[in-house]
Design a protein around this ligand. Sequence first.
Ligand SMILES: Nc1ncnc2c1ncn2[C@@H]1O[C@H](COP(=O)(O)OP(=O)(O)O)[C@@H](O)[C@H]1O
Ligand SMILES: N[C@@H](CCC(=O)OP(=O)(O)O)C(=O)O
Length: 360
Amino acid sequence: MLESKVVVIKIGSNVLTQSNGLPDLVRMQHLVNQIHGLISAGKKIVLVSSGAVAFGRQSITLPEKLNPVFKKQIWAATGQIRLINQYQQFFETLNQPVAQILVTKEDFRDRKHFLNMKNCIEALLQQGILPIINENDTVTITELMFTDNDELASLTAAMINADTLILLTNVDGIFTGNPSEPGSELIDKVSSGMPEVSNYISATKSSFGRGGMLTKYAMAKKSADLGIQVIIANGKRDGILDEFAQKKLRCTWFEPQKVKHAAKKWLAHGAQYYKGELVINEGAKASLTTSVIRSLLPVGITKIEGEFSKGDILLIRDESGNKIGLGRAEYTSKLAMERMGQKNQKALIHYDYLYLFDHE
Ligand SMILES: Nc1ncnc2c1ncn2[C@@H]1O[C@H](COP(=O)(O)OP(=O)(O)O)[C@@H](O)[C@H]1O
Ligand SMILES: N[C@@H](CCC(=O)OP(=O)(O)O)C(=O)O
C-alpha cells in the first residue's frame, strides 16, 4: 500500500444500516471517530456517503402502490436531512466542521459546474472543513443518475486529484465467488497484468445498495488506471480506517497505474460527460493515431454537433461513427463551426488535452 495524503472515502448504504433497515448509529459514530483520526493525522479527507434513501425509508412510511420514483425522491429528500444531521452531530462533538454537497451527473459534464464544485471542495479542505457528498437524488432519476455512489466517489477522486479512494462496503473486498459461499477467497491485490477479476463477481447486491460489486470493481479499475490506489474494504469491521492508517488492512487493493499527464486523467473519465461531438476525416484520424504528438486542427473536422464552450469535453468519432477519443475544446462551438474544414486555424483540441481510446 502506498502513502496517502488526499483520500476520498465512500460509505455504502448497507454500512450505515442494520439488517432490519434501521440506521446503525453505533457503526456511523465509530467511522466518524476514525475519519477524525485520519484528519488529525494530517490527511485531507472527502467523504462520499450514501444512506439518504435508507434513512428516509426507515422514518417515512409510504403507500405500497406509490410510484417507485416518487418513493425514492421522498425518502431521499427526507432522509438526507437526517443523514447529514447525524454526521453533523457526531463530528460536532469532535470539533470537526462539516459541509454538505449534493451533486448530479450534469455537474461533472458542465465545465463551469465542475470547476465551481472542485474549487468549493478545495476551499473547504483548505479551511479544515470536511465535505460530505451525496447524489442529489431528488432531481436525478433514471438516465440522469450516477450508476451509484461508487461512480460519484471515483469521479470525485479524479476531480480533486486524490491519491487514494476507499470504498467501504459490507464485505472485506472482492472474493473469488459469492462471499457467503464457502470456499470463496478474498482477492487481496488487483493489478493491470492480472486475469479478468469481474468473472468472479455475481450480480448480487446487499439489501440496501444500488450498484453491486460489479460497478464497484469497474469504478475501482478505472480509478487505478488513472493513477489512484483503490481499496475496497469492510466498513462494518471495527477499526477498519485505523488499520488503513497503519497500512495493514484486510481488503482488495488496486495497484495504481503510473500516469503521465493529470489533464488526460480527467478526460479519461469523461466518456459520458461530453458536451459536443466531432467527426474527423481519415487524414486527421491517421495523424492523431500516429506516435508523433499532434493536436486536432479544424481542417480535419467534417461535422460538429452540440453547443459547447471553451473547456468543455468533446467526443471524437471517425467517419464510420467509431469513437476515437475525447478532448477539451480550446474555443466555442460557434467559432469551431466557422473554422471547420479550413487550413491554418488554431487547434480545436490541443494534444495535452486529447485522450485517445485504446480499443475503439
Ligand atoms: N465476488 C464477489 N466479491 C464480493 N462481493 C460480491 C461478489 N459478488 C457479489 N458480491 C456482492 O456485492 C455486495 C456489495 O455491493 P453493494 O451492495 O453495491 O454495496 P454498497 O451498498 O456498499 O455499494 C456484497 O454485499 C456482495 O453480496
Ligand atoms: N444517493 C443514495 C445512494 C445510492 C447508492 O449508490 O447506494 P450504495 O450502492 O449503497 O452506495 C442514497 O443516499 O440513498
